[in-house]
Design a protein around this ligand. Sequence first.
Ligand code: SAM
Length: 310
Amino acid sequence: MINEFLYVYDDFKRPVNSLRIQVNAICNYHCMFCHMEGTDRNLSYMSPDEIEKVVKVASSFGVSRIKITGGEPLLRHDIIEIIKRIKKYIDDISMTTNGVMLNKLAFSLKEAGLKRVNISMHALNDNDYLKITGNSRDFRPDVIDGIKSAHLAGLEPVKINFVVLKGINDDKINEMMDFCLENDAILQLIEYEAPREAENSIEYKKYHVDLSKINDDLRKMSIEYKRNTLHNRPVYSIPWKNGIVKVEVVMPMHNKDFCMHCTRLRLTADGKFKTCLLRNNDYFNIKSFDEDYLRELYIKAVKNRIPYWR
Ligand code: SAM
């Protein structure tokens, strides 16, 4: 472990303590709303060794949380090796996955050092699930097995990512709360996110739901209310049926507070630092994995972070 904690701050006094690593840019799903972490689908990927070098540098600047994403990260045959390499420097490693392959991999992931998982599950019935994921086969049973295996392996807490879509699943939040209660998971309600230039598209307007009203209702129902340090997101504990369900609400759109509490830098599958999901002109291309060069580029990328909504 590196003990030197030397955060780099941007001009808005925001430190960076988390790195979101896109380990590939291909996926076995074609979710209708997918932002692909601000990249295109492509076949690029960094080797475990290259990822380790970036993580080593990031950890020396105080990064203590890594989120692994994709594409679909579990499609990488060397995902276990990647986690082992990251674990040398970072304890808090989590992953966002569609969960289809999690059943097979949960125990090896845990053993390698993965701490927790977010599993995307945007519908509980086959029609909606197939429509949203753009698949012809319904993999929900595999995903549900994946959730169970995640618990058995100790990948805690398990969060369910649920992007709220008007006319498709926005009337299913209660059912998702039932599902999360039954499956001992935290429900993460996510607002459909898009950059300014896409906000007026027919597609976005058709499906986007402003989560403010849902958020207000949840707050009123809650018996406890906390803030996740990343983005200052609210997390509610809601008495539900015979138990308590935790619900986190992710409301990025036009949310200055969300951006002011952003402490994240991104690393794309093709080896670029990226300062913000929604920007398309903020790539810092890693031209060499030499440590001194990576340190310089890291500082440059962090210094160029600007809140998207301000
Ligand atoms: N394939 C993995 C998965 O499905 O979780 C990881 C990649 S996916 C891009 C990461 C997360 O971003 C998922 O939970 C997904 O639902 C969410 N996401 C994708 N596009 C989004 C959008 N336009 N607005 C909000 N969330 C989105």
